[in-house]
Design a protein around this ligand. Structure first.
Ligand code: F6R
Length: 242
């Protein structure tokens, strides 16, 4: 795990975007693992900027997203497929048939998860996985628990995640209580991982992930076992570590 400190959110997004852009330039058929939430928005904005300047070509890129709320379809403004279209896919020349997000409209959890796992296996190893960090240490929607769950699974979201994500909904009651998430195996099999953390609310989780035991109680702690994980964190996110 290598930690890069940026002075603020803008700087860490710039650094992460540079790595992703380099991956695409060196490997136009790259398989990117992508995440949603507030944190990666600045990264996607930079990638779009470079695409608009003619410096990046997404036409052969494949993307596999980490997660989706169970019950939300592509048209739902808080759904993650909607998010990805809004912040990245509709703004660059990606072929949408090569973009994958778990199917939130499939209410049969086993079916939704098996189908997504098949997609992950079929696409092969992810070349570069972009992760955000939950304030409770989650990655994707792999919530703190007793075991690391390897495959795509249906998650009962923790109270703290529902609370944290309620800022995107009109009320806490509207936040779906379940989600489909890529498992730890899909994430850990990626060749390279970028973990982005910004803000004070991530400081404790980042500290535990970096310095604590490797435990499913802090899912991000498993990243210590990955040979190529780069953490990009701003001063606030590093405030407990320093
Ligand atoms: C979303 C995801 C989550 C978020 C995490 C941080 O696809 O995988 O793990 O990365 O909840 O969310 P933000 O960036 O909104 O603080």
């Amino acid at each position: 795990m290598t930690i890069y400190e940026g002075k603020d959110y803008k700087e860490i997004c710039e650094k992460a975007a540079e790595l992703i852009a380099s991956e695409i330039r060196m490997n136009p058929r790259a398989v990117l693992g992508l995440s949603t939430g507030s944190t990666p928005i600045g990264v996607y904005d930079r990638l779009v900027e470079w695409y608009e300047k003619g410096q990046l070509d997404f036409s052969k890129v494949t993307t596999i997203n980490l997660d989706e709320y169970k019950g939300l379809g592509a048209e739902h403004e808080q759904g993650y497929r909607f998010f990805m279209n809004q912040y990245l896919f509709d703004r660059v020349n990606i072929d949408k048939s090569r973009t994958f997000v778990p199917d939130g409209t499939e209410m049969d959890s086993d079916k939704a998860c098996c189908e997504y796992e098949e997609i992950i296996e079929e696409k092969g190893r992810i070349d570069l996985q972009l992760l955000g960090l939950g304030a409770n240490g989650h990655i994707g929607f792999n919530e703190p628990g007793d075991v690391f769950i390897p495959d795509t699974h249906c998650v009962r979201l923790t109270e703290s995640t529902v609370e944290a994500n309620s800022r995107f909904f009109r009320s806490k009651e509207e936040v779906p209580k379940e989600a489909y998430s890529m498992g730890i195996k899909g994430i850990m099999q990626a060749r390279h991982i970028i973990l982005l953390a910004s803000g004070k609310q991530k400081a404790q989780a980042l500290y535990e992930a970096v310095y604590g035991d490797i435990t499913p109680g802090v899912p991000a702690s498993i990243l210590k076992l990955h040979p190529h994980t780069a953490v990009f964190a701003d001063e606030e996110a590093l405030s407990v570590i320093k």
